[in-house]
Write a protein that binds this ligand. Structure first.
Ligand SMILES: [Zn+2]
Length: 169
C-alpha cells in the first residue's frame, strides 16, 4: 500500500515535470529530422542484432547498462565544436557547446540537444536511486544525469564516451 502511494506520487510528479517542459519542446535542433514531431520512431533490434553491429565494449555499455572506467573512454578531452551522436543509431544527442570540464573522467554536458532525443529512466541498481540517460530512438544506455552541474541548467549529464560518436561541425 505504501509502495502504491509512493508510485502514485512519483507519477504525479513526473507528469507535472513533463507539463512544465512543454514550452521548450519546440526549440530548433541540428538534426531537423524530429521537427514537428513529439515522438521519435524507435529502432528495435534483438540483442543478437545489436551484438553483431556494436563492438563488445559499446555493446556492454549501451545494451547491458555498463560503465567505462573513468578517463578510458573517448572525448573526455575533446574541445572541438560539433555534435555528439548516439554510437548505436547516430541520433544527435548533445551539442559540444554544452560540454564542460567535470573532472570526473567522463564526457559531461549540462543539457541534451533537445527533450525528444534524450530520455531518462529511474535506475535503482547498486542500492542507489539515480536517473539513467538513454537514447530515445534505440533505448541505448548513455550514462546518468545528476543535479550538481553548472549554470544555466544545474544538470550534469555524465555520459560514457563509448556511447557517443563525435561529428565535427
Ligand atoms: Zn541511439
Amino acid at each position: 500500500m505504501i509502495r502504491n502511494t509512493t508510485l502514485s506520487l512519483f507519477i504525479a510528479f513526473a507528469l507535472g515535470a513533463c507539463a512544465q517542459k512543454q514550452t521548450s519542446a519546440d526549440n530548433n535542433t541540428a538534426s531537423g529530422s524530429a521537427s514537428g514531431q513529439n515522438t521519435i520512431e524507435k529502432i528495435e533490434k534483438s540483442e543478437s542484432e545489436w551484438k553483431a553491429i556494436l563492438s563488445p565494449e559499446v555493446y556492454h555499455i549501451m545494451r547491458e547498462q555498463g560503465t567505462e572506467r573513468a578517463f578510458t573512454g573517448p572525448y573526455v578531452d575533446n574541445h572541438e565544436a560539433g555534435i555528439y551522436l548516439c554510437a548505436a543509431c547516430q541520433l544527435p544527442l548533445f551539442d559540444a557547446a554544452t560540454k564542460f570540464e567535470s573532472g570526473t573522467g567522463w564526457p559531461s554536458f549540462y543539457a541534451p540537444i533537445n527533450d525528444q532525443n534524450v530520455g531518462e529512466h529511474t535506475d535503482s541498481s547498486y542500492g542507489m536511486v539515480r536517473t539513467e540517460v538513454v537514447c530515445n530512438r534505440c533505448e541505448g544506455h548513455l550514462g546518468h544525469v545528476f543535479d550538481d552541474g553548472p549554470k544555466p541548467t544545474g544538470l550534469r549529464f555524465c555520459i560514457n564516451g563509448n556511447a557517443l560518436q563525435f561529428e565535427h561541425e
